[in-house]
Design a protein around this ligand. Structure first.
Ligand code: URA
Length: 237
């Protein structure tokens, strides 16, 4: 890992702002490798350095992973000249990690969206080759039937001729349905259901791999993933 300034390291650990850290250094509250740090500018190796604040050792995370309950009406993008994006929902202390959404949900789609600064992780989650399934709850104008379920199992063909991989389809008691897909083509779930004459009226993502949306998060709220949850994302069906 490249070297970084001591104050950036401490600020990335979420302890305080760089201005506050300068003050903490002045008052001798910070040690680096067992010695009271004299300056904020010193370059350190984040994987080797032992930094303490008021005697407590810091833990440096190379990458950051968050679960967002995406509300309707915001774009799955980092920034947009005109419209609100999912990154606008993040606090500056988290946004500073150069976060981006893992794949996209449509503007009107709600639910589980992962936000990270780890490009390899994002690629793995999105790639159909990883066989990580995504579960969506869809409300449709008409309930799906046994023929639709069989067609999804086979792999539906979209109106433009695009062939989809086999997918799961399950009718819920209230007439809505659960769709399980491995891929993330443009408007995939809406187009799959439309191809069966079942246009979607509302769509929410509930699950990625073995990770379920934390329903205690209100739309627009987010929180860091635990280490266990991070592993669950990568779980295949
Ligand atoms: N499929 C869709 O059609 N829309 C989404 O937002 C996600 C999957």
């Amino acid at each position: 890992m490249p070297l970084m300034r001591l104050d950036k390291y401490i600020s990335d650990c979420g302890v305080a702002s760089r201005r506050e850290i300068k003050q903490m250094i002045k008052t001798g509250r910070i040690t680096l490798n067992g010695v009271v740090a004299a300056t904020a500018e010193i370059k350190i190796d984040p994987e080797q350095a032992v930094v303490t604040v008021d005697g407590t050792a810091l833990k440096y995370d190379k990458y950051h992973y968050f679960m967002l309950n995406k509300p309707a009406g915001v774009l799955s993008a980092t920034d947009d000249g005109k419209q609100k994006t999912v990154l606008n929902l993040f606090l500056p202390e988290h946004k500073k990690f150069n976060l981006f959404p893992v794949g996209r949900l449509d503007k009107d789609t709600t639910g589980l969206l992962l936000i990270t600064d780890d490009g390899d992780f994002a690629h793995k989650v999105i790639s159909p080759k990883s066989e990580i399934f995504k579960v969506y709850h869809a409300h449709t104008r008409l309930p799906v039937n046994a023929a639709d379920i069989a067609a999804f199992k086979q792999g539906v063909t979209l109106s433009d001729g695009t062939l989809c991989l086999p997918a799961g389809l399950e009718l819920c008691e209230d007439g809505s349905c659960l769709v399980t897909v491995m891929e993330g083509k443009y408007h995939q779930v809406k187009r799959m259901l439309a191809s069966r004459g079942k246009p979607v009226t509302a769509l929410k993502r509930l699950q990625i791999g073995d990770l379920k949306l934390d329903e205690s998060l209100k739309p627009g709220e987010y929180r860091p993933l635990t280490a266990d949850e991070l592993c669950r994302v990568m779980k295949k069906k």
